[in-house]
Design a binder for this molecule. Structure first.
Ligand code: MN
Length: 737
């Protein structure tokens, strides 16, 4: 069906040629690069229709308005979306800025395109920042629409990127407002969708308008040092290529390039260093043909350059929330400079750059989004569900801003390890993420070198160091400000356990005194023929439980005593009261299985001893620590043997899906690709690597230490067996086992 066009259509098209706006033919050629069979008929019609209806309108810069929709369409092509999306890009402003209605677009083009245009138009009207009631409601509707068709959001992001790149013609105040909104909302959204290039470009543009002086200065510095840095990049690229080729990976591609300005700026702020001292301002990337080659390439890199401990991250085995996959490592490169290297397959790279959009590439025209793609933005739907009960629209918008757009805060340990928390998290969350013990003894923090209180919210890029004091304990008040589920659970457990310990001791005391008053003794009471009946009468499984109930005041001592000794006849004189500490272990054994459920941390706070790192399945023993639950050691651990026997308790593994950290040392020869093969063994057994540290001793010997997380001893054994089978492995041992 021919689309009716106004008389001035030819004039409109001629003007576009004059202003060198890319033509429909050029766009179609770009589209055919990834959709070779596309005819582009619909695209051409949308182009002509848009050009005709926007005719006479101009942008602030003086060029024809339609140059903007064309630029947006080009960005959509870069994302490799489908033809309907490109058309929607060309038409995204016709409903807002011309006589054309959504219904017109639906009749003349398709419902699909009309729906996207409608979505983008509505999203356009929303001002974030200080919102009016109506806008918040619009926004909510929009999110619902977006969760049905992610293309709306993708096109909106392209629109925003082009608007940001032409912001120069606007007033300074408007530049700032739009930049702030972009930095707070659209750039994180692009990141959340996994579209790396869009995020970087948006951030750089915001940087330029929000911190113009810093931006210009950094840009100048980067320019001045360009030649020097480019020479260094070329040197590293050549080195890596040579090494990879030697290892039979000649097909791997190596790239090196400067990081985006805002990324460097953030680094400078974080480390408080000038540009000249930021060595890792350029990143290196190795792209391989297969997953297996990634690990081989990693082996090559690590055997040629010394890895910086703690900087290896396996995001292939553990993909990020936005589906990003890659191996990250930092090594000591030439001239003593630290070099960051990312290793991934070509396919993973596509996802890293285009995120959710990458999955549209092979999508056929007109088909609904596939279930697999749908999964990639379920977080959006989830967020809507969580907020379903929120009736106040402003509150809803606030929640959205926190949860969806700024839901994570990225912080670092002094060693440069990334720690990600929910927004608003505090040093207490940080402390617990390092280790429960660090959390429990935290007294303050140094954030970016400055001392802060434990309730100060963390900000993106903060480098946090936790200060502890051995005799310090968690405060119940922490529950008011911690944000991570981990910290919350651990603090609650601690408080519960502390109260339980206290109740147990008090209950014990009260019962002892109660029976003594009756001319009896607790020891004798336990041997009484009606003792078991007494426990069940008061609905207690164990003696401990009875003591706790008494300690909490839920049971009265006198009720217990008179139930057991109704006559209350003083018998023989009571024996000397035993010290309660020395009596307890025996009493516990007599009263039933005094086992600590090691996996079920609901009941007891446990800590696995660092000295011997027990793993489920090991013979273990526990020690009650004052107020901090139970420490679990291996039965044979020398430290456990030396500990106070009075505090020893019997503990048992009780299943569940806990994991325990354990160190493994592998003595090997020294050849390329070893690390890859060892890593592969861990992967095959489903074992997560926490840390790897590889040291080459000489040309024939290397020692590799891994800290891994295992479910139990049999999983550990299977990994050790797998490692022993490797040719270059001389010896494998569990450290501290
Ligand atoms: Mn627009």
């Amino acid at each position: 069906m021919p689309i009716p066009l106004p008389d001035h259509t030819d004039a409109a098209l001629a003007e576009l040629v004059e202003w060198r706006v890319p033509s429909a033919d050029e766009l179609i050629a770009e589209m055919r690069e990834f959709l070779p069979s596309a005819e582009g008929t619909l695209l051409r019609q949308a182009y002509v229709f848009g050009a005709a209806h926007h005719h006479g309108q101009r942008r602030k810069s003086g060029e024809p308005y339609f140059a903007h929709p064309v630029a947006v369409a080009q960005l959509i092509l870069k994302l490799r979306l489908d033809e309907a999306s490109v058309c929607a890009g060309l038409l995204h402003d016709v409903v807002e800025d011309t006589e054309v209605t959504t219904e017109d677009v639906a009749t003349l083009f398709s419902d699909d395109i009309a729906h996207i245009v409608d979505g983008v138009t509505k999203l356009d009207k929303i001002r974030f920042g200080r919102t009016e009631h109506k806008q918040a409601e619009n926004f909510r509707k929009m999110l619902v629409a977006m969760s049905k068709d992610i293309r709306v959001l993708l096109i909106k992001l392209c629109d925003r990127l082009h608007n940001m790149s032409t912001l120069g013609a606007m007033r300074a105040e408007k530049q700032r407002r739009i930049s702030l909104e972009t930095l707070e909302i659209y750039a994180p959204l692009a990141n959340r969708l996994g579209i790396g290039w869009l995020k970087s470009q948006l951030e750089d543009l915001c940087f330029r308008y929000l911190y113009p002086d810093d931006y210009q200065e950094l840009k100048r510095d980067v320019g001045q040092q360009r030649a020097e840095r480019e020479a260094y990049v070329a040197k590293v690229v050549t080195l890596l290529e040579t090494e990879l080729a030697k290892a039979g990976l000649a097909s791997a591609k190596v790239y090196g390039r400067p990081k985006h300005l805002y990324g460097i700026y953030r680094k400078m702020k974080r480390q408080n260093l000038p540009y000249a001292q930021i060595y890792d301002a350029q990143g290196f990337r190795v792209l391989t043909a297969s997953l297996e080659q990634c690990y081989r390439a990693l082996g090559v890199v690590h055997s040629r350059f010394t890895p910086i401990p703690g900087r290896f991250k396996d995001y292939i085995a553990l993909a990020k929330a936005n589906n990003y996959q890659s191996l990250h490592t930092t090594v000591m490169g030439p001239d003593g400079q630290q070099v960051e290297i990312q290793i991934r397959t070509e396919q993973m790279h596509g996802i890293a750059e285009n995120g959710v959009a990458a999955h549209w590439r092979y999508k056929e025209k007109g088909k609904a989004i596939s279930p697999k793609d749908e999964e990639r933005f379920t977080w959006l739907k989830q967020l809507l569900e969580w907020n379903a009960g929120v009736t106040d629209n402003d509150e809803f918008l606030d929640n959205m801003k926190v949860d969806l757009f700024n839901d994570e805060v990225y912080t670092f340990t002094p060693a440069g390890d990334l720690k990600v928390f929910p927004r608003g998290a505090t040093p207490v969350d940080f402390a617990y993420s390092i280790h429960t013990r660090v959390g429990e003894t935290a007294v303050g923090a140094k954030t970016n070198g400055r001392i802060t209180t434990l309730d100060t919210p963390l900000r993106n890029g903060d480098v946090v160091e936790i200060m502890t004091r051995a005799d310090s304990r968690p405060s119940p008040g922490w529950l008011d400000f911690v944000k991570s589920a981990r910290a919350k659970t651990k603090i609650r457990n601690y408080i519960r356990q502390e109260q339980r310990d206290r109740a147990l001791a008090i209950g014990h005391d009260l019962l002892e005194k109660g029976f003594r008053r009756a001319g009896y003794s607790l020891t004798r009471a336990e041997k009484h023929e009606r003792w078991t009946k007494l426990l069940s009468r008061f609905r207690c499984q164990t003696f401990d439980e009875l003591q706790i109930q008494v300690g909490y005041g839920k049971l009265q001592v006198d009720d217990v005593v008179t139930w057991l000794l109704p006559d209350e006849k003083p018998a023989e004189p009571p024996p000397a009261p035993p010290s309660k500490r020395s009596r307890r272990p025996k009493e516990q054994r007599g009263a039933g299985p005094a086992t600590v459920s090691v996996a079920g941390i609901n009941d007891v706070v446990i800590r696995l001893a660092r000295c011997c790192q027990p793993v489920p399945g090991d013979d273990i023993t526990g020690f009650v620590t004052r107020g901090r639950g139970v420490t679990v050691h291996q039965y044979s651990c020398p430290r456990a043997r030396d500990a106070d026997p009075m505090r020893r308790i019997e503990v048992d593994w009780s299943g569940g899906d806990q994991v325990a950290p354990v160190k493994v040392r592998v003595h090997t020869g020294n050849s390329a690709g070893m690390l890859a093969e060892m890593t592969q063994r861990f992967r095959e057994s489903g074992v997560n690597i926490l840390q790897a540290n590889c040291r080459v001793l000489n040309a024939r010997k290397a020692i590799n230490e891994f800290e891994v997380e295992v479910k139990d001893i049999s999983q550990l054994d299977s990994v050790l067996r797998g490692l022993r089978k490797l040719q270059f492995v001389h010896r494998v041992e569990r450290v501290g086992g």
